[in-house]
Design a protein around this ligand. Structure first.
Ligand SMILES: Cc1cc2nc3c(=O)[nH]c(=O)nc-3n(C[C@H](O)[C@H](O)[C@H](O)COP(=O)(O)OP(=O)(O)OC[C@H]3O[C@@H](n4cnc5c(N)ncnc54)[C@H](O)[C@@H]3O)c2cc1C
Length: 458
């Protein structure tokens, strides 16, 4: 049995930084990875998908060349082998970077293998028992494969296998109209595939406000993506011409036949094969590890960070988990999960940047609030660039004047929203943004204009 001060299971977005912080504090650390260093974001999530988004954007702009005054000789066609090679190179660089970084750390032992708890203070990996006073779980999640009838009779793709393909599916049917489905859908449409998105709910990205969902739907439909909403009783079946996604829908045909099917219906935490029961660590009904406000589980000395604790689902939430745990344990700084403000982006083009509450959540909270909405078509930077889709929406508390939430759907929305986010963290009134002088011509310079339109919620 080997003893360490700390064991980290998984090299996602929290584990490596945490291991490095402990190692730098002269603690002995073992970090265990069963598959690829860097986890989902690096290998099958953010980084590879954003390289595809970039390739798709370039192809899209090239097709619009004539609008900008240049001529492309012949069709703009995508060479999927090159697109994949670019993606592999960028993603591979990060994967290698994480591994080399960890292997180069003093006081840190890197182990490849599947870790399983043996007791609250020990794990087994490659038949070896490791023991530590503190154990950190950063095992992430995987694509959910729902029990649709026929699922095992047909081939299907997930976010992981989708990133291995180096050809263009003729007709990609995507089950799931949320963040992952929409990003892949727009990317493959721009690459040249026919794309149909089948969504079980009454609208795309159902967690957003209706106006946001509707605008995103318009954007993707304008590019030729077909959207099927309210799809109930989904099943899959083989057809001579491909794979059928069958559904009960209020409108449209009960079956869409595509050449390939991508499942994008959510994520499942990798907690079923960790031996958590031997450590006594509790999970909820979805398999998420239950943690307190400082990310400690119900077993003292065991923490869970990242997607497996159900408090995030993003790279930045996992990284923030690392900061919270490291600062609490090594700096006696009392940081809490409940202090963070919800924020994320949908990386379609244009992107959606979000922070804080939705309109629906604000209404439910019952507080007096004001809201302002402004179309991107009136933002000079947007029309100079010929990218005028979307709108900016900001809600504030009528009494405190603090910003409650924002949705910036439009060019630069993923960056601009963070100006508002920082003001929210500062707990400053929105008038700080309104009175600041911003750079011209940018999208951000319109934030004061948007805020000048604040009105009570209708
Ligand atoms: C297609 C897609 C696109 C995404 N895009 C974005 C985006 O643009 N922005 C964003 O913020 N987020 C995005 N995400 C989410 C983001 O990738 C994750 O939230 C992020 O990777 C955080 O994961 P994590 O730290 O919880 O663990 P992960 O990154 O999932 O890593 C967990 C690691 O633990 C290892 N592991 C699991 N079990 C064991 C075990 N028993 N023993 C040893 N090792 C184990 C796994 O092999 C894996 O390497 C995207 C996700 C997907 C799927």
């Amino acid at each position: 049995m080997k003893h360490f001060d700390a064991i980290v299971i998984g090299t996602g977005q929290a584990g490596p930084s945490l291991a490095a912080r402990f190692a730098a504090a002269s603690k002995s650390v073992a970090i265990i990875e069963r598959h690829k260093f860097g986890g989902t974001c690096v290998n099958t999530g953010c980084i590879p998908t954003k390289t595809l988004v970039a390739s798709a954007y370039a192809a899209h702009l090239a097709r619009r060349g004539v609008e900008f005054g240049f001529v492309v000789n012949g069709d703009v066609r995508v060479d999927m082998k090159r697109v994949k090679a670019r993606k592999d190179e960028i993603s591979g660089r990060s994967n290698k970077g994480v591994e080399e970084w960890l292997r180069g750390l003093e006081n840190c032992t890197v182990i490849q293998g599947h870790a399983r708890f043996e007791s609250p203070h020990s794990v087994v990996v490659n038949d070896e028992v490791l023991e530590a006073d503190k154990i950190f779980i950063n095992v992430g999640g995987r694509a959910t494969v729902p029990a649709f009838p026929g699922i095992h009779d047909v081939p299907f793709l997930t976010n992981s296998s989708m990133l291995d393909i180096d050809f263009l599916p003729e007709h990609l049917v995507i089950v799931g109209g949320s963040y992952i489905g929409l990003e892949f859908g727009q990317v493959y449409r721009r690459f040249g595939s026919e794309v149909t998105i089948v969504e079980m709910g009454p609208r795309l990205i159902g967690r957003e406000d209706e106006d946001v969902s509707e605008a995103v739907r318009e954007i993707v439909e304008l590019e030729g993506i077909r959207v099927r909403l309210n799809a109930k009783c989904i099943s899959l079946a083989k057809r001579d011409s491909g794979i059928a996604v069958r559904m009960e829908c209020s409108e449209g045909s009960p079956e869409v036949v595509g050449t390939h099917v991508l499942l994008a219906v959510g994520r499942t935490p990798n907690t079923h094969d960790l031996g958590l029961e031997r450590a006594g660590v509790a999970t909820d009904e979805h398999g998420y590890i239950i943690v307190d406000d400082q990310l400690e589980t119900d077993v003292p000395g065991i923490w869970a960070l990242g997607d497996c604790n159900g408090h995030g689902g993003f790279t930045h939430t996992s990284y923030n988990d690392y900061e919270i745990v490291a600062d609490n344990l090594l700096n006696a700084d009392h940081r809490r999960v409940s202090d963070r403000i919800h924020t994320y982006a949908l990386f379609t083009d244009p992107p959606l940047g979000r922070c804080g509450m939705t309109d629906a959540e604000i209404r439910k909270s019952g507080r007096a609030a004001l809201v302002a909405k402004y179309p991107m078509s009136r933002v000079s930077r947007a029309y100079e660039k010929g990218e005028t889709q979307g709108f900016m929406k900001i809600a504030v508390d009528a009494e405190t004047k603090q910003i409650l939430g924002a949705a910036i759907l439009g060019i630069g929305g993923d960056e601009v929203v963070q100006i508002l986010l920082d003001v929210m963290y500062a707990k400053a009134p929105y008038t700080v943004v309104q009175r600041a002088m911003h750079i011209h011509p940018t999208v951000a310079e319109y934030l004061p204009t948007v805020l000048s339109k604040l009105e009570p919620f209708a």
